[in-house]
Design a protein around this ligand. Structure first.
Ligand SMILES: [Zn+2]
Length: 393
């Protein structure tokens, strides 16, 4: 069956026959067809007027060395601070449009970064949430939670079984096809980015989002602005900025990934934004995600990941930051004007308004013990079912 839209591209492609490659390009990402992947020879697949040469987004230095190449794009490492970033990169409009479509222009046509709702991902999220948060923090009183770029809703689905009745779970996601997929799972997600969000929350999460933003400092500040005093931020990203390219276990997914930070970068970003109580958690997940693992089920996949995945230096960083009243008052944050007062959650089953980003990795390492306070059944979610009504999917 032919795709809705297709073009013939005459390019120098290693797999081209007679110099021609058929590449599918989908202006409407909702058709969900896979894009074209492949090595690239052209360096600037995006029109040159949509490409920016940029200094290091973390320290501002303009001194870098090549770190990795993929899809016609180059990631460089800043010689000053160690951040890895795509340079040149697509301009802001191109990034926003690609994020909305879940599709990026690459040398061979398009890179489709849409996947789908994953139960394995929900289980992995739940285990990590139980390592990072104590039971009392999530389950004692109703909270108001926002997951930023919530993807297909897996994080909110994981939270649903852990939070107190009456908790309000919301997600925002700029990619419409992901919003619709989350809605089909009974998860409610707003089709927008952070800018129009005027409410404030007890918990704001951004799972594997930092690597997709061109300005990490502004992004963390905008998360800070959506928290109530005493609220918590959960920021998850890989540690690509701490390791050589050879230790990065997956495709780089350039230019969907624009940044590869290290632990020190994330700690500094949170500190500079005014967060206190910064708490790093690192999980070993060296094996790439694979449909085979999903088919094998959590048991075999967990064994494989534990036994094989321990060899690499790659880590998934789950960073927590907290807001104190005083710290929040001192910080000259960009606050949305006219933000309404915080709505007190009403008792009742968790209200799911969600969606969640896609972690590229699965189960956490056993060496990190769950945070104290979770019942035994909840520590190992394979047999865990929340007792609160309405909490089960
Ligand atoms: Zn730098």
């Amino acid at each position: 069956m032919l795709p809705d839209h297709f073009v013939l591209l005459a390019v120098e492609h290693p797999r081209a026959i007679g110099g021609l490659v058929v590449a599918t390009i989908h202006p409407d990402a909702r058709n969900g067809r896979p894009g074209v992947y492949g090595a690239a020879r052209r360096r600037f697949p995006v029109p040159s007027d949509k490409v920016l040469e940029v200094p290091c987004p973390f320290c501002g230095a303009d001194d870098s060395e090549s770190w990795g190449r993929e899809n016609g794009w180059t990631a460089v490492r800043c010689r000053s601070c160690g951040l890895v970033y795509v340079n040149p990169r697509p301009d802001d409009n191109e990034i926003a449009e690609s994020t909305r479509l879940g599709m990026h222009r690459v040398s061979s046509g398009s890179l489709d970064v849409k996947t789908g709702f994953s139960r394995a991902r929900v289980r992995g999220f739940r285990r990590r949430l139980q390592s990072v948060f104590s039971r009392g923090e999530l389950g004692r009183v109703p909270l108001r939670c926002l997951d930023v770029e919530a993807g297909y809703g897996e994080l909110l689905e994981a939270l649903r079984g852990l939070v107190a009745p009456g908790t309000r779970l919301e997600g925002i996601e700029p990619c419409r096809s992901k919003v619709e997929a989350a809605a089909a799972k009974g998860l409610s997600v707003r089709d927008c980015d952070l800018e129009p969000v005027t409410e404030t929350y007890d918990l704001v999460s951004a799972i594997n989002v930092l690597s997709h933003v061109p300005d990490p400092r502004a992004f963390v500040a905008s998360l800070h602005a959506r928290l109530v005093p005493g609220g918590s931020l959960l920021l998850v990203t890989g540690n690509g900025g701490d390791i050589p390219r050879s230790d990065y276990p997956q495709r780089l997914q350039l230019p969907d990934h624009l940044l590869f930070v290290g632990r020190r970068h994330v700690s500094a970003l949170l500190d500079q934004a005014g967060f206190t109580g910064i708490e790093p958690h690192a999980f070993r997940t060296a094996l790439p995600r694979s449909p085979l693992f999903d088919l094998a089920g959590s048991g075999l996949a967990a064994v494989l990941r534990r036994r094989v995945g321990y060899s690499g230096a790659f880590r998934s960083l789950w960073m927590r930051g907290r807001l104190r009243e005083a710290a929040r008052a001192r910080t000259p944050q960009v606050r949305p004007a006219g933000r309404p007062a915080r709505v007190q959650p009403q008792p009742g089953p968790p209200q799911i308004v969600t969606a969640s980003p896609a972690p590229r990795h699965g189960a956490p390492a056993r060496w990190r013990r769950p945070a104290p306070g979770w019942p035994r059944a909840a520590r190992w979610p394979s047999g865990y079912r929340p007792a609160s009504p309405g909490a089960s999917p």
